[in-house]
Ligand binder design. Sequence first.
Ligand code: C2O
Ligand code: CU
Length: 501
Amino acid sequence: MPADDSTGVPMAVGSVGPGRWRRVVAIGVVVLVLGALTWLWNGSRLASAYPVMSMGYADYGGGPTAAGHQHQGRSVATLVATTTRPADIHVVLTACKGRVTLADGRAVDGYSLNGATPGPTLRAVEGDLVEVRLVNESVPDGMTLHWHGLDVPNAEDGVAGVTQDAVMPGQEHTYRFVAGQIGTFWYHSHQVSHEQVRGGLLGAVVITPKIGLGAVVDVLALVHLYAGERTVNGRAGDVRVPAPAGAVARVRVINTDNGPMPVWVAGTAYRVLAVDGQDLHGPTPVKDASVLVTAGGRADLEVRVPDDGRAVRVDTGGASILVGPVSGTAAPVSAPSTSVDLLTYGTPAPLGFDPAAATRRFEYAIGRRPGLLDGRPGLFWTINGHLFPDVPTFVVAEGDIVRVHLTNTSGEVHPMHLHGHRLVVLARNGVASTGSPWVVDSLNVCNGESYDVAFVADNPGVWMDHCHNLPHATEGLVAHLVYAGVMDPYLVGGSTRNQPE
Ligand code: C2O
Ligand code: CU
């Protein structure tokens, strides 16, 4: 009996000819493949409105599980500053979209706060109660303000769809928190943030100690790309800060862009006083080396103005701050080939908690693979092998000591940022930290690297834990840290106005 080679089915069965069989099989295969693709596509579609807590799956990190944690407990909206005293600092920030003139005179299309970008610098003294009234005059997508690096109460964290609804044009929202940390921070919108931060809805936050800074010259260096050009405080090129010969300055470098930024001081020694608003212990002089400022991160550098009438140049690669006498020069030098290793810089000091007593341990493994995200095919980031939104939600209880093992095999660097908490770096690639406690809110995780970090779960709420290369966040590199017993009333998704990424 002749058989159909491609199917192996005898021709006589049901008296159907070989051509007909091929067609039937081919149609069957096409139907199956289309069905599978439709199922995958549909499965990748995001719900039109959902709480971020319901995203993906709960990861308890080896600690107690909290059954039903998503549906009961304290609302995020109740997690506010407890004090009722009047605010020490009142600021009104009015946001607009449109053409804005930078400090250096260039006009760019973007956003402004009180007519400028960067927006006004928020200055407070440690312990001040800060009240910021955000008025959205004309930002069409709505906006929020997030206090990057400040461990504010959850309801003040300013993430659209997570801790509040986006503030739409004509609306306003008041933030209220105690300035509990000393150092250099920044604020930015956390609604459509990949576009609004790039466009300029941001500014610096400087919190000084009660005793003041002494004779130090306090210098701000907020770095941002406007229309593709690097600026410091909205100025391209050399930005001058007057200071007398011999003066000591604290230069607060803030990286508000999406990639890591080496910063160096030309031809003279400096010290790295703080990283991400946390003073380093025992910082030693550095010469001919840069310090890498993570996207979203900060570094406070101590420089001394020379005695001979020259200035000192802090170079961010494309724009510089020159501190010194008004006519003082400072020749640029090219970027040093070495950089300060914060794993060994400075001297150890107590952490204030014992990471060895961790009560939860999480993996945060960043990879990349082809797939579908909300129905769009592409090459997307994965977290522990999962594509957004099927990613882990890290569940903790108040009082936990939490360890996270971060790895990156995705082929690109990721500046990882956890809201509401400060991370202590314990080890990189398995090598333990031997320098000052290295405490961050934004950690540059290069491809092929691993980090062990730890933190104390002392700030209940629902917190984003995402990549601060903000376009990467839109490509799915977003997870959340959720406290057991906290319930989130806010929603993200296409039928809401909230788009935090
Ligand atoms: Cu600087 Cu999630 O933010
Ligand atoms: Cu990234």
